[in-house]
Design a protein around this ligand. Structure first.
Ligand SMILES: Nc1ncnc2c1ncn2[C@@H]1O[C@H](COP(=O)(O)OP(=O)(O)OP(=O)(O)O)[C@@H](O)[C@H]1O
Length: 744
């Protein structure tokens, strides 16, 4: 059991912890509240020794009591202490002012101290409402931006101001987080601009101002319409006003405001200003297939002493409107999903960073650099019980991861009160267990690095939100690890023993009977009764001690349940990761196998071709092909004429022979048909038959050739000579003319 008063007065904790109660929203909730069904009671402020009447008026509640619901189980009543409790009727401005956010902004602007404000609570308890506001009310982020820009006034420099074209370059040079810096105008134009105008702008800007327009070149197309943006911006609320909250600053100095946003999703950091291919829909559609590159939280060359989110996109804004546009753009990227507990539930921890940098001139050479501090506003994802949230699949795994990170945060918050100025051992707070706690806590401790010895630890505020009509177990868990102190008491049942004892006492003092004597029976029964009463008191005490133990065990059980839930979530995540890995490995193997198969196919096809070529070579070697050179037409005519001449002379000789041998009494032999060896080409040869018919044929062919020449008909090549002899059959060396491969 914790000492409530001692701890609540302890102001050395790393986070100031405030509790904000959510009012009933629906009629049904209002009816429940009206019937007094809240399990959470705000304790009236306790008077202190130095109280006087006026102080009592302004004192605010700091304690609440959690009364377990009237179920069969007997549970302990828990009392929690916070820096301050904001009841249901508290307004946004009241929370903003009284949680010390203006003093965090002052720390950033004037004291060289980072500030951090975060909300923590069960899903649907009002975290986003507090941090980002609603349709009608601004939240802490918008009010902080307003206070910041109002306070800086005319001292703000704009990266779109072409009088100072080197501003972005000098800011980039001074930035230690390896960020990509953009001017607000270019950033907004690249997201919402008209594609045609964008192209024009891009061309107009190159190459002179290339350094100023990196986003125009790196983004392929506008992702959202300007109409959408204008609608969003016009619908933004402008209340509550914060004009009374300006912080006086050095009016001679020059400042820039740099906005960046990121989310922690499944323990990985993603930039919210680097739009994914499908804006903000990954989780909503439940496909989870977006492939955004997670960023590292690490020490960089420019900041060796502390870890920072490296490689973010940062936008230099010079007006509240520009910063709001950037904020709205980042919010469209954030993972939001409908769960059983909240229609628009944040599924990631959102970080909105407002850096204020002041221009500094080097003392020696007057070189310019920019240094400053950051106000970080964090909207944590809500813890929830899977049973209540009716979540499944990826959303269940998300919930597991959320609960796990919140459990680690709870451990850090429980330990944070042990960290006092005297106790510099920061390992007391186990903040390195996950990204969320690293991001929230690593800047909370004084630097041990000699280079930045006088860097102040951040000032941090945690606003815990709770719905007094919501889930009792989830709320009590959150309160248990976030409260600055806790006290457990067991409700006292009207004591039987005290009743008996008091009744026995009254028996003793009962007026005596009229004769003035007590009866022996009456005396004996009084003793017995007293003895019995003592026995009952003893048993009752034992019983009550057991109830306290039971209550403690119950709390321990709930905590174990939370851990189990987180472990289950982690198992799911691991399973999912393993499945993805297996899938990727399988794809890789398949691809390898396909390549191997393809190579084997190619190899086989190559062999086949080689084999075929070899066969062809063998075949062509055996056949030994000769091919006549193509004769020209004149050569062919000459050849024919020579042949003609030869035949004529042969004919003349034959005729002469005939004339000398033939007698008028002899009958002429019958004419035999000419026998051809086949084909009709010029290379063909008459091998037998009657000479005169041969001659006739020859004349016919010569005539035909002449006619063909007259009409320029294509001339066929001369037949090949095989083994020195005229072969009537044409032989070619071309593969396709050799007939089917198989025949070869
Ligand atoms: N103080 C308040 N006054 C009026 N309405 C509120 C208040 N707090 C929360 N609400 C409303 O309650 C609903 C849930 O709130 P919100 O979305 O802020 O919860 P959350 O804690 O951020 O949930 P999650 O963790 O699931 O994102 C919203 O409709 C919101 O407008």
């Amino acid at each position: 059991m914790t000492s409530l008063t001692k701890q609540s007065s302890n102001q050395t904790s790393l986070f100031q912890v405030y509790l904000r109660l959510r009012p009933p929203i629906t009629k049904e909730e209002a009816a429940h509240a009206h019937r007094g069904e809240r399990y959470l009671t705000v304790e009236p402020p306790e008077p202190t020794e130095d109280d006087n009447a006026s102080k009592t008026q302004s004192r605010r509640p700091t304690h609440i009591t959690l009364q377990p619901p009237n179920d069969s189980r007997k549970r302990a009543v828990e009392k929690f202490a916070f820096t301050r409790v904001f009841e249901e009727d508290s307004k946004q401005l009241e929370v903003f002012e009284n949680t010390g956010v203006p003093s965090l902004i002052q720390g950033v602007l004037k004291e060289g101290r980072d500030g951090l404000v975060a909300t923590l609570g069960v899903t649907g308890s009002g975290k986003s409402h507090t941090i980002l506001g609603s349709k009608h009310q601004r939240g802490i982020t918008q009010m902080s931006l307003d206070v910041l820009f109002r306070s800086l006034g005319n001292t703000i420099r704009s990266a779109d101001n072409f009088e100072d074209p080197t501003l972005l370059a000098s800011l980039s040079a001074a930035d230690s987080s390896e960020a990509q810096l953009f001017s607000a105008r270019n950033f907004i134009h690249s997201i919402y601009g008209d594609p045609s105008e964008r192209g024009r702008a891009s061309r107009a800007q190159t190459p002179m101002s290339r350094g100023q327009t990196p986003l125009l070149e790196s983004t392929s197309a506008p992702l959202l319409s300007r109409r959408y943006l204008n609608q969003r911006l016009n619908a933004l609320p402008s209340v509550p006003h914060v004009s009374h909250l300006t912080i006086p600053i050095d009016t001679q100095a020059e400042y820039v405001v740099v906005v960046s946003m990121y989310e922690v999703y499944n323990d990985r950091i993603f930039d919210l200003l680097s739009p994914s291919p499908v804006s903000g829909t990954a989780s909503r559609q439940g496909n989870g297939k977006e492939k955004r590159r997670p960023l590292l939280f690490k020490s960089t060359e420019g900041s060796p002493d502390r870890k920072i989110v490296a490689g973010l996109r940062k936008v230099v804004c010079s007006t509240y409107e520009e910063a709001m546009t950037v904020l709205e753009t980042g919010l469209t990227e954030r993972r939001i999903a409908g769960t059983g507990s909240n229609n628009a539930s944040s599924r990631s921890h959102g970080f909105f960073c407002l850096e204020v940098k002041k221009k500094v001139r080097g003392r020696r050479y007057g070189e310019i650099s920019w240094a400053g501090n950051t106000l970080t506003v964090v909207d944590l994802a809500g813890s929830e019980r899977a049973r209540n949230a009716r979540t499944a699949g990826a959303t269940l795994a998300e919930a597991g991861k959320i609960n796990e990170s919140l459990m680690y945060l709870g451990q850090c918050l429980q330990m944070q009160s042990d960290f006092s100025e005297g106790n510099k051992n920061k390992t007391v707070v186990p903040y390195r267990q996950c990204k969320l706690t690293e991001l929230l806590f690593s800047n909370s401790f004084p630097s041990s690095h000699s280079a930045s010895h006088n860097r102040y630890p951040q000032k941090a505020v945690m606003i815990v939100t709770a719905d007094p009509l919501g889930d009792f177990n989830a709320t009590s868990q959150i309160l248990r690890y976030s409260a600055l102190a806790r006290e457990v008491t067991v409700p006292r049942i009207p004591s039987v023993s005290s009743t008996i004892l008091s009744s026995s006492a009254s028996t003793q003092s009962r007026p005596q009977t009229s004769n003035g004597r007590n009866t022996p029976y009456a005396a004996a029964s009084t003793e017995d009764l007293q003895e019995a009463a003592r026995e009952i008191v003893r048993i009752t005490d034992d019983y009550e001690a057991l109830i306290v133990r039971l209550a403690e065990e119950e709390i321990a059980r709930q905590e174990a349940e939370l851990k189990l839930q987180a472990a289950e979530g982690r198992c799911l995540m691991i399973e999912q990761e393993i499945r993805e890995e297996c899938c990727a490995e399988m794809d890789e193997k398949m691809e390898e196998e396909r390549k191997r198969w393809q190579e084997a196919m190619d190899r086989q096809a190559g062999h086949h071709e080689e084999h075929l070529d070899n066969k062809l070579e063998i075949a062509s070697r055996g056949i030994k092909i000769y091919e006549d050179p193509e004769p020209t037409a004149d050569e062919r005519v000459d050849e024919l004429e020579r042949e003609n001449e030869y035949l004529r002379s042969k004919l003349a000789a034959l005729e002469r022979q005939l004339n000398t041998q033939t007698s008028p009494t002899r009958k002429p032999k019958p004419r035999a048909a000419p026998v051809r060896s086949g084909g009709t080409g010029f290379g063909q040869r008459l091998v037998s038959g009657d000479s005169s018919s041969d001659l006739e044929n020859m004349f016919q062919r010569v005539t035909a050739f002449k006619v063909a020449e007259t009409y320029k008909s294509p001339v066929k090549p001369k037949a090949a000579l095989v083994n020195g002899a005229r072969n009537p059959r044409r032989v070619t060396s071309r593969k396709k003319d050799l007939g089917p491969e198989d025949d070869i």
